[in-house]
Design a protein around this ligand. Structure first.
Ligand SMILES: Nc1ncnc2c1ncn2[C@@H]1O[C@H](COP(=O)(O)OP(=O)(O)OP(=O)(O)O)[C@@H](O)[C@H]1O
Ligand SMILES: [Mg+2]
Length: 353
């Protein structure tokens, strides 16, 4: 192997974006990962055309001037760290190590944004879990205290407190099993039974199960089935649960007199079947749309409490996070579209069987 070939494959083997520049900042070499930072990078381009961040460029200047290896990072605290950068003069003429003897400088850049984002998501997750557990636990404690006072004197009052405690405990155990389930799906430990399932059959099953809830809330529930005879490759129990959560949400956020449609259609070119749940409800603001699939994310806690359905108040904010994981595990994806005051549509795809 020639040194040139060895050098190029060494560059490719480094798991960081790397540029090799000269004194005048002209780029002589770069690896594939470096192209991710700037797609239009090419040999001979100046580094200050490739990278915009002045702090990185400053570090490179300093290293060129001093002939010393330097490293730096953006931001002061850990939380706003976006990158780490390492500038290394490459000893070209080994005998004479004056600053001028270095003709090339390697600039390696480590992207920290993803790591920082993950760490902060982790922190939010723990904070959310604690909050979600503490609220009902506090209620249970207060209810139990009041129950203690009422138990001998007012039997009827005591009975209502027992019922309230049961509701909170039911909510808590639902929450704990949702958290467990989410972590099981995320770590790939959820047993899935993939079989051919009729698209229409799935929709009709969910329709039948959700009709009583829709009627109770005076929301019209309809189906819209196109090419429903197609078979999709799915775990029917899990996909039914995804659809049920979507319909449940749709009913929850649609005022009486509104309409919810559960439907399916074909996406022939991609060999995928679409499933959608459309409502004429309150809608979701554009800036909230990307966030609703996050664990525990609820747009307006007060509002979902007021729209109370089922035990324990307005839900845990885990339903869509679970839905996204389940659909992903099937090789599909889920998206939401919405207009405030007009309604929302949630669509997910499943591969045809
Ligand atoms: N159809 C919809 N219309 C308007 N807002 C919605 C709709 N579906 C979801 N949302 C918003 O997204 C949030 C997250 O939904 P998600 O299903 O994850 O949680 P949840 O319904 O609050 O609780 P859970 O499903 O765990 O009982 C909801 O709290 C609500 O703010
Ligand atoms: Mg939900």
């Amino acid at each position: 192997m020639s040194y040139q070939a060895l050098f190029t494959s060494l560059l490719a083997a480094i798991p960081l974006p790397v540029f090799v520049v000269d004194h005048a900042l002209s780029v002589h070499y770069y690896n594939q990962l470096a192209c991710r930072l700037n797609e239009s990078v090419s040999q001979g381009m100046k580094l200050d055309q490739v990278l915009q961040d002045p702090a990185i460029l400053q570090l490179v200047y300093e290293s060129i001037q001093s002939g010393k290896p330097l490293k730096g990072r953006s931001g002061k605290g850990k939380a706003d760290e976006r990158w780490k950068v390492y500038v290394t003069p490459l000893a070209h003429q080994a005998q004479n190590e004056s600053a001028r003897s270095y003709s090339y400088f390697a600039v390696a850049i480590e992207d920290m944004a993803e790591l920082v984002r993950l760490e902060s998501a982790q922190r939010d997750f723990l904070a959310n879990i604690s909050h979600e557990l503490r609220t009902p636990l506090t209620s249970v404690r207060l209810l139990a205290e009041t129950l203690e006072d009422a138990i001998d004197t007012d039997h009827e009052k005591a009975q209502t407190f027992v019922e309230k405690i049961e509701i909170e405990v039911q909510y808590l155990s639902g929450l704990v099993s949702e958290i467990l389930e989410l972590s099981r799906i995320e770590s790939g430990q959820m047993p899935m039974v993939i079989e051919p399932v009729g698209a229409e059959q799935l929709v009709l099953e969910v329709m039948a199960r959700m009709l009583p809830l829709a009627q109770r809330h005076r929301v019209i529930l309809r189906t819209s089935i196109q090419q429903g005879k197609n078979l999709v490759a799915a775990d029917s129990k899990q996909i039914a649960r995804v659809l049920i959560n979507l319909v449940h949400n749709a009913i929850k956020f649609t005022p009486s007199g509104g309409m919810v449609v559960i439907g399916t259609s074909l996406q022939m070119q991609k060999r995928m079947q679409n499933f959608f749940v459309r409502d004429t409800g309150v809608g979701i603001r554009e800036e909230e749309l990307p966030r609703i699939f996050e664990r525990f994310y609820k747009i307006d806690r007060a509002r979902s409490k007021a729209d109370f359905i089922g035990p324990g108040g307005g839900g845990t904010g885990l339903g869509l996070a679970i839905a996204r994981q389940v659909v992903k595990a099937h090789g599909g994806h889920i998206v939401a579209e919405s207009k405030v005051g007009q309604g929302s549509t949630f669509t997910f795809t499943l591969p045809l069987s």
